[in-house]
Design a binder for this molecule. Structure first.
Ligand SMILES: [Zn+2]
Ligand SMILES: [Zn+2]
Length: 244
């Protein structure tokens, strides 16, 4: 049984890829200095940000498609049911992906290194390991939770396109958020359903800790000038992948 709310295995991979790549891009930008970004935003940089978000979404799609072609069969059949039935604990564990991780396609590695997102094959392997951990977690999650809360439209732009979930308090910040008592534990798992372009744009606007501290609801995000301009722009665009 799939029961994945129309999320195909490829889409789960693409969404996991999206989270890790946006993180890689942000790290790169932080290292490369915020100055050039500031300069860009003074010269009408929001146009560039839109273009970048779209290009990034396309790049993610391209990488996910490339990697998906090399997926061993068992990775495209894993499910909540098969995980529950497997008492050895192997189904859904990262060991399932070890063969693939040790033989990543060179086209895939080169694309990421050539784009200067990561330095070398080792970095790509590390990043892909976290992509596949995310993917396996998504593929083996009990499906009902999502269908109960999931809207049809992107919570920012309102388009009826395929949605990804955004942790309003990003997972990578949870430990620090609890330690510094920024939010109570029950708030940590709140998600917003966003289309991929809006999702990329949100992560493009702020790094994770900033999102966790100051931009942890849709209402707060909607108050930002850059997001308002983005919504005005993106909501006029048709969704490329309409849900029925
Ligand atoms: Zn959207
Ligand atoms: Zn997110």
């Amino acid at each position: 049984m799939s029961g994945f709310d129309h999320r195909s295995y490829y889409e789960m991979l693409r969404d996991s890829m999206s989270v890790s790549l946006v993180r890689a891009v942000l790290n790169k930008e932080l290292v490369e200095s915020k100055e050039s970004r500031l300069r860009a935003s003074r010269n009408g940089g929001e146009v560039d940000a839109k273009k970048e978000a779209e290009e990034l979404a396309e790049f993610i799609e391209f990488l996910a498609a490339d990697l998906f072609e090399y997926f061993p069969k068992e990775l495209t059949e894993v499910s909540y049911d098969s995980k529950t039935a497997d008492e050895t604990g192997w189904t859904g564990s990262i060991e399932m992906a070890e063969g693939l991780l040790n033989n990543l396609p060179s086209t895939y590695i080169d694309s990421i290194v050539d784009a200067k997102l990561l330095n070398d094959a080792e970095d790509v392997k590390r990043m892909t390991t976290s992509v596949l951990e995310d993917y396996l977690a998504a593929a083996t999650a009990p499906p009902l939770k999502w269908t109960e809360t999931r809207p049809l439209e992107c919570e920012l732009c309102g388009r009826e396109v395929r949605l990804t979930y955004h942790h309003l308090i990003p997972r990578s910040t949870h430990a620090r958020v609890l330690k510094k008592k920024i939010h109570p534990e029950y708030m940590l798992n709140r998600v917003a359903w966003l289309c991929r372009l809006c999702h990329s744009f949100v992560h493009h606007c702020e790094e994770n800790m900033e999102l966790a501290k100051n931009w942890y609801t849709i209402e707060l995000l909607e108050q930002r000038d850059d997001i308002q301009r983005w919504i005005a722009y993106i909501s006029k665009r048709p969704g490329r992948t309409r849900v029925k």
